[in-house]
Write a protein that binds this ligand. Structure first.
Ligand code: C5P
Length: 399
């Protein structure tokens, strides 16, 4: 989002306070943000706060003293790379679709040619009202991007659709669309993520410390590059990235089934999941009672990636390896044994790489090229480097 000019336009939904966090998150991602508010919205959230958080004066009135010599609504409209209405009330949605431009928000959105994003938030009945639905449909047909409201408890005391999604989800939705390129258009990328869980009994399992962050970051990056993305995920605490086909799994065997059944129609597989090497031989049907000691017999799980490598056709295979010593040597053995096109090898003995942290470092290894060393960086940044390599591999294979 670095350097992007974004207008956040706030109308008088009770969720207007959430727009403060949207502005803050956009700025943290490097965007420059200017805020426009309707008069009514100022009764719900303070323009002072928006001014402080955005670092720019808030545009409110058409006829107040101008901050600069350009006509302000036109200056704002041409400055914007994207225009986001958050929250968008039924009233504002209706006015925009009807072409009414009677305040700063409705005038600037009409005057801008930047892509427009609408985040509706209102009472369920108002949202389901055919008039609102017609207006949203109309805006959609004119190229406006409409975010689906969330379901949940609404300020009016009922539970239903119409809730403004959480700021983190709004920013993710914007990022997925604003930063989209076409490098992987037409390419299907399957990403696995998270740590598999092997049941012991109905309430216990054997798991690992994988957070899923690396795989989710790769899936998000692949969406940004225009790929069709299938995210096969073991349980994590992360929210599903927008724009992916999400396939939840739990054990190694269920992950294998999900991956193998889709393999034929997939161009790239990135196996970022931490797959359990073993599973419990005899799972208990009922919860196991306390006892002085017990022995679990484990059997080897299939190596999903090695299986894919053994019947690879057009696919590009990217694996991960968590090592504590001889990272390059052990990694290169894995590239050969699993028939990979690339391996991301991490030294997990370091506290700032690998499992359950936000950063990673290591080497990119290939069957036919020198290793590339990757410095310590955020997983989201490393995901960009990994997917850039994938773009090159796709180009070389003429997929
Ligand atoms: O051999 P090792 O477990 O170190 O290899 C790690 C890579 O293999 C990762 O990409 C992981 O997702 C994959 N893997 C797998 N099935 C297993 C174990 C690991 O696909 N049973």
């Amino acid at each position: 989002m670095r350097g992007k000019h974004i207008i956040v336009a706030v109308s008088a939904g009770i969720a207007a306070y959430k727009a403060i966090e949207v502005v803050s998150r956009l700025r943290k991602k490097g965007a420059e943000v200017k805020v426009v508010m309707t008069r009514n919205a100022t009764n719900i959230a303070s323009p002072l706060t928006f001014g402080e958080i955005s670092g720019h004066p808030v545009a409110l009135d058409m006829f107040e003293q101008v901050h600069q010599w350009d006509v302000e609504h036109i200056a704002l409209a041409t400055w914007a790379d994207a225009y986001v209405v958050v929250p968008a009330t039924a009233n504002v949605i209706g006015k925009i679709y009807a072409g009414i431009a009677d305040d700063m928000l409705t005038t600037t959105i009409m005057a801008t040619t930047a892509p427009k994003y609408i985040c509706p938030a209102m009472n369920t009945e108002m949202y389901n009202n055919p008039i609102t639905q017609r207006n949203l449909e109309g805006l959609r047909s004119l190229g406006y991007h409409i975010m689906e409201p969330a379901e949940g408890w609404l300020a009016c005391g009922v539970t239903g659709v119409g809730r403004l999604p959480e700021p983190v989800a709004i920013v993710e939705w914007l990022e997925a669309q604003l930063c989209k390129t076409s490098e992987l258009e037409g390419i299907t990328v399957l990403v696995t993520a998270g740590g598999t869980q092997e049941n012991i009994d109905p309430v216990r399992y054997i798991g690992n410390r994988s957070s899923g962050k690396m795989g989710y970051a790769i899936a998000e990056q692949a969406v940004r590059m225009g790929a069709n993305v299938i995210l096969v995920s073991a349980p994590t605490s992360l929210s599903v990235p927008s724009g992916v086909e999400f396939v939840p799994v739990d054990s190694a065997l269920s992950m294998q089934e999900a991956v193998e059944s889709r393999y034929k129609n997939v161009d790239v597989v990135v196996m970022a999941a931490a797959v359990s090497d073993f599973r419990v031989l005899h799972k208990a049907e009922q919860k196991i009672k306390k006892m002085e000691s017990m022995t679990l017999e484990l059997v080897k799980n299939p190596d999903i990636l090695q299986g894919l490598g053994s019947h690879k056709e057009h696919q590009i295979l990217v694996g991960f390896a968590a090592e504590t010593e001889h990272v390059i040597k052990y990694g290169q053995d894995k590239v050969a044994r699993k028939n990979l096109d690339m391996l991301v090898a991490n030294d997990v003995s370091k506290s700032n790489a690998g499992f359950n942290v936000d950063t990673n470092e290591g080497y990119f290894l290939y069957p036919d090229k020198e290793p590339k060393e990757m410095a310590n960086m955020k997983k989201s940044e490393l995901a960009q480097y990994i997917m850039k390599e994938v773009v090159e591999l796709v180009a070389n294979k003429h997929l």
